[in-house]
Design a protein around this ligand. Structure first.
Ligand SMILES: [Mn+2]
Length: 299
């Protein structure tokens, strides 16, 4: 099996690795076009091409912290609920305060299992930062409460205290009403507002609301513009730019206590390697930022 970043073996030893990568190639409720089950393997394969030198942090952080890649969580075909329970168990087993968990999906439903597993492992309430084109706040979609279109709603049910969504640009009327009714638990930056506002205002809002919070970051690749990551089930034009996305993850890493990151909804397409490569690079930079700021004043 391949390892994330394809590091020399001495940097992938579990006990000595700060970052643990957990592949979850789960795909069941995707509504438009499939392929997310192939996401984790594609991201891991593409990650071998990522330069270890990160110009922002002026070093090769992966060679400082080490990256261990776990075996994939097997798909439980019984039901989405059963799969979420399996993911929660795997996450609970791996998650520790002195470790960063990086979960590779699969469809967005897996984030519900990540939230539950983290909650159990830490015995703490979590905040979630979600980069996504969609609000995913439907209570039910196409007959399932565990559809990828219901993820954020289920995260709230899992005891997540609040969700900070960035990049939303496809949303239903009922979701807008739900957001208006729950201002204390939902903060949404629509993509149009991100584009129309100096980035400093968004970053200041992130800092004000997330300072010192225990949280996890959920990166739905469709939050970025499809010109960067076109290989996803439900692409939406007008997404976040690359610099906006990196500035967001760096700020979150600096101000909050990040326990885990997931990357979901990548559906690899032949000939579009740029998509999984961008996802791998985004993850590596996110990991580097969390490592860089891990003992910051908020810890
Ligand atoms: Mn999405």
């Amino acid at each position: 099996m391949n390892h994330f970043l394809d590091l020399p073996p001495e940097f992938t030893v579990p006990e000595r690795s700060w970052a643990w990568v957990l592949p979850v190639p789960y795909e069941s409720t995707v509504s438009y076009e499939g392929g997310t089950r192939k996401g984790p393997a594609a991201i891991i394969e593409a990650s071998a091409q990522v330069e270890l030198y990160d110009p922002v942090f002026e070093g090769e952080p992966a060679l400082e912290y080490g990256v261990h890649t776990l075996l994939p969580v097997p798909t439980n075909h019984a039901s989405p609920e059963a799969m979420v329970a399996d993911i929660a168990r795997a996450v609970e087993t791996c998650a520790r305060p002195d470790r960063l968990l990086v979960v590779l999906g699969g469809e967005h439903t897996i984030s519900v299992g990540v939230a539950r597993g983290l909650g159990r492992a830490y015995g703490e309430t979590f905040t979630v930062v979600v980069v996504d084109a969609h609000s995913d706040l439907r209570d039910e979609y196409e007959g399932s409460r565990y559809s990828h279109a219901c993820v954020s709603r289920r995260l709230l049910d899992e005891g997540v205290d609040s969700i900070f969504q960035i990049g939303v640009r496809a949303i239903s009327r009922e979701e807008v009403e739900f957001i208006r009714a729950h201002p204390e638990r939902l903060r949404v930056w629509f993509a149009d507002d991100v584009h129309a506002t100096p980035i400093e205002l968004l970053l200041a809002d992130l800092e004000a609301r997330l300072h010192g919070r225990r949280l996890f970051i959920s990166l739905d690749v469709d939050g970025l513009d499809p010109s960067i990551i076109p290989a996803t089930g439900t692409p939406e034009p007008g997404g976040l730019t690359w610099p906006q996305t990196l500035a967001i993850v760096r700020t979150v890493a600096r101000v909050a206590r990040v326990a885990a990151v997931d990357c979901v909804e990548l559906a690899p397409r032949p000939g579009l390697h740029m998509a999984e490569f961008a996802a791998a690079r985004l993850l590596y930079h996110t990991m580097n930022a969390i490592w860089h700021y891990r003992s910051g004043p908020h810890q």
